[in-house]
Design a protein around this ligand. Structure first.
Ligand code: C2E
Ligand code: MG
Ligand code: MG
Ligand code: MG
Length: 289
């Protein structure tokens, strides 16, 4: 009986696997059609200076809004876009749109722009040229742009790793900055700091102290260690996923440079972001608790 049950489980697993594959193929088909249209929308989340409290940057975050349907978040289509290679045209569309939106914000308020880039984009031979063209076409100075890469960028890249490093080095010579996103969650974090030309560490939101989930002293010690590591290496430290006033206080005490999270504002469309930066509306934040 145990054997039969085990066999059933294997069959059930295969069916789920197959269903997942089919779903992913369907996503890729629909995404291919959406790219290049205004079903691809870019939202912006503010990043604040922990010293002044001012909005000094915005992060571009892609959403997919199929006409007449609920928006789809990046976690539900970026993996399929990466596997299929669609991330290259998708990433280009996001970059160009974001540079365009941010050019006026930079001119008016000095707000810089940070954009997520996938490993796949960085392995394209003309990646640096595409970025420079997007900046030029939008009228955004290179110094106003930050590219966020994840620690996965060198994993399995083989010979492409040199290409990736060359692109980032070239862009940095023009003034573009490079941030390591979700720092502390991947493996070989320290090797990345050694091997990649970078300017900023974004501390993953799982490190934000949360009294409900563990020992506060240990949590704070971890954040302090990452902030100190960043500063020792002359990097800027940015905390992600800041949701409370208490976290803000801790981060300020530790000398963390910048913060990003629902506490300062959720991601919002460009028109709303323009109003937030102009100071005519306050950003949407969660209800106080
Ligand atoms: P990320 O780059 O680490 O972006 C931060 C994510 O955390 C965003 O999720 C944001 O909405 C969410 N977040 C911000 N503040 C808080 C907070 O206080 N609490 C919590 N719980 N979450 C917060 P989102 O927009 O769903 O994006 C998820 C991921 O998808 C991004 O993580 C990034 O890795 C990827 N992504 C988004 N847009 C792009 C893109 O244009 N290109 C690429 N390659 N990846 C993208
Ligand atoms: Mg990011
Ligand atoms: Mg992140
Ligand atoms: Mg992430």
């Amino acid at each position: 009986a145990a054997k039969a049950a085990g066999k059933d489980r294997v069959v059930a697993y295969d069916v789920t696997l197959r269903e997942n594959q089919l779903r992913r193929i369907a996503v890729v088909d629909r995404l291919r059609t959406a790219i290049g249209t205004d079903a691809i929308v870019v939202h912006y989340q503010p990043i604040v200076s922990l010293e002044t409290g001012g909005f000094i940057a915005v992060e571009a975050l892609v959403r997919w809004v199929p006409p007449g349907e609920a928006p789809i978040g990046p976690d539900d289509f970026i993996p399929a876009a990466e596997d299929s290679g669609l991330i290259v045209p998708l990433g280009e569309q996001v970059l160009r749109r974001a540079c365009h939106d941010a050019a006026v914000w930079y001119r008016r308020y000095g707000t810089t722009l940070t954009v997520n880039v996938s490993p796949r984009q960085l392995s394209e031979a003309d990646f640096a040229a595409r970025v420079m063209r997007a900046l030029h076409d939008a009228g955004l100075p290179a110094a106003a742009l930050i590219l966020e890469i994840t620690e996965g960028v060198l994993v399995g890249a083989g010979a492409q790793a040199d290409q990736t490093i060359a692109h980032l080095s070239e862009l940095r010579r023009f003034g573009v900055k490079v941030a390591v996103d979700d720092f502390g969650t991947g493996y070989s974090s320290l090797a990345y700091l050694r091997d990649l030309p970078i300017d900023i560490l974004k501390i993953d939101r799982s490190f934000m102290p949360d009294a409900a989930t563990g020992d506060p002293a240990q949590q704070v010690a971890l954040v302090r260690t990452i902030v100190d590591l960043a500063h020792t290496l002359r990097l800027t430290a940015v905390a992600e996923g800041v949701e409370t006033d208490e976290q803000t206080t801790v981060l300020r005490t530790l000398g963390c440079d910048k913060g990003q999270g629902f506490h300062y504002g959720r991601p919002a469309p460009a028109d709303r972001t323009a109003e937030v930066l102009a100071g005519v509306v306050t950003p949407a934040v969660p209800p106080s608790r």
